[in-house]
Design a protein around this ligand. Structure first.
Ligand code: PMP
Length: 353
């Protein structure tokens, strides 16, 4: 009988994290460069004796550093254990209506999992033929809206004016813009926050700040929205951010120069990667993220996925409707990208494509 009372859910499948270190790992959009040297200094100087005490439940040091960086009040920032934690808490807090929430049919697959877990009804407007979000699809009755910008796994970005159309057209819904990849060249919606109290912008330290292993994400919004998020968090787990994480996060946010340099380097490599893959017969949406979502004119994606894996190059393949002939490939260092393109060139030549 106990089985009848279980909350069942089909979980999200994270990308593979191989134990082998000789793999060229381009499957989970991690940053190929190390975190800011200031993070290393924090780790070296950390006093382990402090760990006997609970961390600050409000993670003030990190919240204040983020508020300063984005010219917001500390009461407008919420932090969590990666943006997955922040997004899950936002779904739980803001999506509690009867109308379905809206997110694109091709998008971050965790949205569907959270909606199922929390019993939130949802509907998925289709991206257009170029994998673009159509803002007009979101100007209809709904219980809330969430989309990534740039979108994942497509990499395509919506211009800020289009994002604003969605936010302004839905004054009765909370609109969450998931900006996990925004720092690689898209326009952030942070600048809209002073005009729209229904907007929540979510970002992460996992990609542009090279701290996927540390687990830090945050949301920025009106004081009212952030207040409700904190109420939910403090009803769940007060101490989400540990002492080391808070200190490393603060150090990372304060190193703007390193952040600008590494994100620019990745964007430059991405642009070269676009040219090389185009010449090899690939096509893809114009990515503003740290990955490309590619399909080949002749060779099926699954075949390429297997061949790359055999060669020790891991990329991401989603066997799902509409996207099962695509590969999502993370932008690595220039050397890593050269290794990828050299393999593809040889593979396609040997296959006489
Ligand atoms: N949003 C999107 C669109 C993502 O692709 C990811 C990474 N899987 C996340 C959020 C979550 O990232 P993290 O929890 O590492 O911040």
């Amino acid at each position: 009988m106990w089985k009848d009372n279980i909350r069942r859910v089909v979980p999200y499948t994270p990308g593979e994290q191989p134990a082998r270190t000789d793999i060229l790992k381009l499957n989970t959009n991690e940053n190929p460069y190390p975190p800011s040297p200031r993070v290393e200094e924090v780790l070296k100087g950390f006093d382990a004796k402090m760990l006997r005490r609970y961390p600050d439940p409000e993670a003030k040091e990190l919240v204040e550093a983020l508020a300063k960086r984005f010219c917001l009040e500390p009461e407008q920032i919420f932090v969590g254990v990666g943006s997955d934690d922040v997004l899950a808490m936002a779904f739980l807090t803001f999506f509690n209506g009867k109308e379905p929430i809206l997110f694109p049919d091709v998008t971050y697959s965790f949205y569907e999992v959270w909606a199922s877990l929390f019993g939130i009804p949802y509907r998925c407007p289709a991206l257009d033929g170029h994998f673009q979000i159509r803002p007009q699809d979101y100007l209809t009755a709904n219980g809330g809206i969430v989309f990534p910008n740039p979108n994942a796994p497509t990499g395509a970005a919506l211009p800020l004016a289009e994002v604003e159309k969605i936010v302004a057209g839905n004054p009765d819904s909370v609109v969450i813009v998931d900006e996990a990849y925004v720092d690689f060249g898209a326009q952030s919606a942070m600048g809209l926050l002073d005009r729209y109290e229904n907007l929540l912008v979510v970002q992460t330290f996992s990609k542009s700040r090279s701290l996927a292993g540390m687990r830090i994400g945050f949301a920025a919004g009106s004081k009212e929205l952030i207040g409700y998020l904190n109420d939910a968090k403090f009803s769940f787990n007060s101490y989400t951010m540990n002492r080391l994480t808070i200190a490393c996060g603060k150090a990372s946010v304060e190193d703007e120069a390193y952040f600008s340099e590494t994100t620019k380097r990745i964007a430059d490599t991405r642009e070269r990667m676009k040219q090389e893959l185009f010449q090899l017969g690939f096509s893809f949406p114009d990515s503003r993220a740290n990955f490309l979502f590619v399909t080949h004119d002749i060779v099926p994606a699954r075949e390429l996925f297997e061949a790359l894996k055999q060669a020790g190059i891991y990329v991401r393949y989603f066997p799902k409707p509409r996207i099962d002939n695509y590969l999502r490939i993370t932008v690595g260092t220039q050397e890593e990208t050269d290794r990828l393109t050299a393999f593809l060139k040889k593979y396609l030549k040997d296959r006489r494509v």
